[in-house]
Design a protein around this ligand. Structure first.
Ligand code: ADP
Ligand code: 5GP
Length: 190
């Protein structure tokens, strides 16, 4: 990690971090301020949460459709997370990169590792919570997951938090406005 590095060389940015750390919240704030940034819409086998729309939040697929995508090479990366599959559709990412737009992927750790291999020039950011206790408070406070899902996500979080050194930059999501400014700086948007 080097706090002074930023993303001048590549247009592909990956943001990873444990469930509940605030990735979705931060990314939405970034997109409001920078509509030119293109956020990849992932495919998932997870059931939609209240308010989530197919094709906007995710492409919601059954297991068979998801497996067909994997087998046809249609996903840039994919991983299992807390009992569901998630993956990045390949073609739209390639098209957006060709068009020169900054492309953002918000994905979990295993996917980030796969993207690191296929896009070594991409810039990878880890969003970390101020403390583990605060992470748990946020996951519970969000109120979208069952107790079993929360336990699986917290267990996974313990593993993910150990991977921070693999990343080009670590942003601690304490004050959301500070994190937004830091993300803008890292993506050379400000
Ligand atoms: P993720 O996408 O990483 O799973 P969310 O964006 O859904 O996380 O955020 C989880 C919860 O934490 C939400 O209730 C959100 O409002 C809250 N949250 C996000 N960022 C912050 C922050 N900097 N300080 C306090 N709460 C936050
Ligand atoms: P959620 O179910 O909370 O929306 O997402 C669970 C986890 O899956 C989050 O860490 C999120 O970043 C990750 N995720 C979302 N889309 C993808 C994807 O396309 N690929 C991978 N590998 N992870 C994803």
């Amino acid at each position: 990690m080097d706090g002074n590095r930023s993303n001048r060389s590549g247009r592909l940015t990956v943001i990873t971090g444990p469930s509940g750390v605030g990735k979705g919240t931060l990314v939405q704030r970034l997109l409001e301020r920078h509509p030119n940034v293109w956020l990849s819409v992932s495919a998932t086998t997870r059931a939609p949460r209240e308010g989530e729309l197919d094709g906007v939040s995710y492409y919601f697929h059954g297991r068979e459709r998801f497996s067909a995508l994997v087998e046809s090479g249609g996903l840039l990366e994919w991983a299992e997370f807390a009992g569901n599959c998630y993956g990045t559709p390949r073609e739209p990412v390639e098209l957006q990169l060709q068009s020169g737009r900054p492309v953002l992927l918000e994905i979990e750790l295993e996917g980030a590792r796969q993207v690191r291999r296929s896009f070594p020039d991409g810039f990878q950011i880890f969003l970390a919570p101020p403390t583990y206790q605060e992470l748990e408070r946020r996951i519970r406070g969000r109120g979208t997951d069952s107790e079993q899902a929360i336990q699986r996500r917290l267990e996974r979080a313990r593993q993910e938090l150990k991977s921070q050194d693999e990343f080009d930059a670590v942003v601690i999501n304490d004050c959301l406005d500070d994190s937004l400014r830091e993300l803008e700086r890292l993506m050379s948007l400000s």
